[in-house]
Design a protein around this ligand. Sequence first.
Ligand code: XLS
Ligand code: CA
Ligand code: CA
Length: 439
Amino acid sequence: MKEYFPNVSKIQYEGETSTNPFAFKYFNPDEVINGKTMKEHLRFTLSYWHTLCGAGSDPFGSGTMERPWLDIKDPIEFAKAKMDACFEIMEKLNIDFFAFHDRDIAPEGKTLVETNAILDEVVAYCDKLMKETGKKLLWGTANMFSHPRFMHGASTTCEADIFAFAAAQVKKAMEVTKLLGGENYVFWGGREGYETLLNTNMKLEEENFARFLKMAVDYKKKIGFTGELLIEPKPKEPTKHQYDTDAATVLGFLRKYGLEKEFKLNIEANHATLAGHTFEHDVHLARINGALGSIDANMGDPNLGWDTDQFPTNIYDATYCMYEIIQNGGLGKGGLNFDSKPRRASFEPEDIFLSYISGMDTFAKGFKVALKLIEDGVLENFKADRYATFNEGIGKDIVEGKVDFETLEKYALEHDQIKVKSGRQEMLESIVNQYIFSK
Ligand code: XLS
Ligand code: CA
Ligand code: CA
């Protein structure tokens, strides 16, 4: 097989004193922690769309990315070359999983029949490489946002024929995901939203969205796909109002339509922050509702109001995210998918590797910090003490549902000289810093 990145050899762990940019400083894949290797804990995943398809274009300029397969003219050969490159990158970075949209791995043909045939050919090639290398598919999904036919949405479109087309596309994408042993199937509502109520029947769109998801659940069961179905919230971009705004909105929607047992959430950092939350807020909310499925690991830029999908280098975000994942008992079938892309000016092939190294090291370090914080119980002990009044007396009665407003009024009239305690936020932040700074 052709080597696409001859200048980069397999990335090794050299430890935090290393000055080699092409080495891991914190991610030591085979280091065993609590009975599992770091690699098993973190389940790092390559995002096919950014890594193999991202051209580096933006609204002001064309693509910049130098990629060694760009001169291949035949569309199928082009697709297979990208697949080869994908496996080379995973091998060199010690990444076990990848994730894709149907249209990332194979181009569309002139008809849906032709498109499906092209997809089958590339999937067969992918299957062969997976069997040879042991690499795994974290999730598959359908791209129902790039093609102009989806300008009004896919399952929330105003055109019934488009709804049917979208259903056919998801059906096929689920089959392909199952064939490749995918551990999850993701729904990100690309154009499932709207721009103006002047032309939108939101009630019908929302109901159709639920109908679509129900059909997906039925089909999953019919074909015996045992992976997890995940919904990925995002508040805006491309549409002004995306229906899957954030974790809370999606959980409410799923409950309204009786779908809450069928779906978990794929939480993306940059989407949580665009929704006005912290990353850890949405991860935490998913966890305490038993719905934490997987993570799209990236970060936005607080100075830019859009989905910049940067490789995650923020140690606080990584630590707080890993804190939730550890408390969740891991991610199960989920993983840490780098839905991240190098900046437009980081255009050389080597930048792919440098970007992944930065993200992987950040999460590896965040994992260790979070684990230590949990083992030492610093934050959880503080929280337990902060809420201790609910463990006894009137607090216990409240929690156990033994009191009503009248009982509580009687109690309050007799206990109205109350002393409350400080929340100690700065102290806790300083403790977290200490755990991050100390070796
Ligand atoms: C776009 C989303 C998308 C999903 C998969 O903003 O992040 O890439 O992860 O469709
Ligand atoms: Ca994403
Ligand atoms: Ca994104």
